[in-house]
Write a protein that binds this ligand. Structure first.
Ligand SMILES: Cc1ncc(COP(=O)(O)O)c(C=O)c1O
Length: 449
């Protein structure tokens, strides 16, 4: 006769009366698979910890943003924000869907070119564009978004030396009604700095100046800020045309849409607190519909990053140890820490088990594997009893982790894509000690005998 395994007895609270303040379960349903591929299978094949991306989710989100904006405004282009996630496979999927490239360094520029993106389909942003990269971008017809006067001077010299017209926009910072406003990038509108930049461009005469760029910041929770910014940019473009006869062709509103993650400072869960893509589109396209004073309409460029890929990324991690802290709080040590989950500093990532686990839920602190006090994945989350070896899934983690991760104490793990065909494959191999040591040089005199 087979015996049932022993299960720790527990008393389960029966809740009656009003629903809790979110009207939802205090734990989440387990994530047993990603697009049909069992978590257990992924762990067996690729090890733990593991980043998993869903091709289906990336494509679906891009189709959604495209539909949401292009059904409201006729001329919309998307530049994929490389820094959000520049894994070749992720970029390629978005390019296949029709995204152009938005890059902020010569390294990202080169990555986009190697993937086959034409220079003329690249928006080149950022406060540091080395001069030879500006020469290349000029020759290749990239959209160079100028950040400061020193860069403008470089471009003027390049234009004279090459006898070519760099194709440029200026990055603007302005007061759109959000605090704190990002004023360290680009030229300030209200102080007159942006108009001064335009005056210098007009005086020089050797530039193809056709755009205004703006990136309000990231995780902007108030879509009205975009409408305010569009109003100011349209006025500014009209002013430029009156004073210098220069016609602006496009407004690039950068990125900044919130994903469904929950900020540490937020009370409501991100799924409730973050505006929908429809809400952003409604405000942006509504404000754009006014057009320029001469009746023309600007093209709209968006560089949406986190809102496009965050939800497509999962972190599969395993419990290494369970500890009781002196305060009585239960803590778990897992094998994924802030070294590979930089966004833990920002977000309360959702934590899922991969199966139904019976037993009483308890508040738990989740720590990573690093011997550093800052390595906190979730300071507090309700979980059923999980033991050593139990897999957990953290979600959403698709934005900014596989670019901001660091090789600190541990090496970076495998990254896997679950394809639309339901097949998983590695898109970035786990690092080995040889990868890391191949960059080190030990002078002969320091070698131990
Ligand atoms: C110039 C620029 N464009 C686009 C983005 C993408 O922003 P987000 O991921 O908030 O959409 C960033 C990110 O900081 C940026 O600096």
């Amino acid at each position: 006769m087979s015996r049932e395994p022993w299960v720790k007895p527990s008393i389960v609270m029966q809740v009656t009366g009003l629903m809790n303040k979110f009207g939802r379960r205090s734990t989440r349903k387990p994530i047993e698979d990603i697009d049909g591929v069992a978590i257990q299978e992924l762990l067996e094949k690729y090890g733990s910890p593991l980043f998993v991306f869903s091709e289906k989710a990336i494509r679906a989100k891009f189709k959604e943003i495209k539909r949401v904006f292009s059904t409201r405004y006729p001329d919309v282009r998307f530049g994929w924000s490389y820094k959000t996630n520049y894994l070749d496979s992720v970029c390629s999927i978005l390019h296949q869907e029709g995204a152009l490239a938005e890059v902020v360094s010569e390294y990202e520029y080169e990555k986009a070119r190697r993937l086959g993106i034409a220079g003329s389909d690249i928006f080149y942003n950022g406060p540091f564009k080395p001069k030879d990269s500006l020469v290349r971008a000029t020759k290749e017809g990239a959209h160079i978004h100028v950040d400061h006067f020193d860069e403008l001077n470089d471009l003027m010299k390049i234009s004279t030396e090459l006898k070519m017209q760099p194709r440029l926009a200026i990055r603007i910072n302005l007061d759109a009604g959000i605090y704190p406003s990002w004023d360290r990038f680009g030229f300030n509108l209200e102080s007159g700095e942006a108009m001064e930049a335009v005056r210098r461009i007009a005086d020089h005469g050797g530039m193809r100046f056709d755009g205004l760029h703006l990136h309000l910041g990231t995780f902007i929770l108030d879509p009205v800020a975009y409408a305010n910014a569009v109003g100011k940019l349209l006025d500014f473009a009209d002013d430029i045309q009156d004073r210098f006869g220069i016609k602006i062709e496009y407004l690039d509103l950068g990125g900044g849409f919130a994903s469904s993650n929950t900020l540490h400072s937020q009370y409501l869960p991100g799924e409730e607190a973050s505006p929908s893509l429809n809400q952003y589109a409604e405000h942006i396209c509504g404000a754009l519909s006014r057009g320029f004073a001469d009746g023309r309409s600007p093209g709209l460029v968006l560089e949406t990053g986190r809102a496009l890929v965050d939800e497509a990324g999962y972190m599969v991690t395993s419990v290494i140890a369970e500890k009781r802290l002196p305060s009585g709080l239960k803590s778990l040590v897992v094998d994924a820490g802030v070294n590979i989950l930089f966004t833990s500093f920002w977000y309360k990532h959702n934590v899922f088990t991969t199966r139904d686990i019976t037993g009483l839920q308890e508040e738990v602190a989740i720590y990573g594997p690093l011997c550093m006090n800052i390595d906190v994945v979730r300071p507090s989350v309700m979980l059923p009893p999980v033991e050593r070896g139990e897999p957990l899934v953290l979600h959403p983690v698709g934005a900014y982790n596989v670019t901001q991760w660091m090789q600190f104490i541990r090496m970076r793990p495998n990254v896997v894509l679950v394809g639309e065909n339901g097949v998983s494959e590695i898109i970035r191999e786990a690092e080995t000690i040889e990868d890391i040591l191949s960059k080190e040089r030990l002078p002969e005199r320091l070698k131990l005998s």
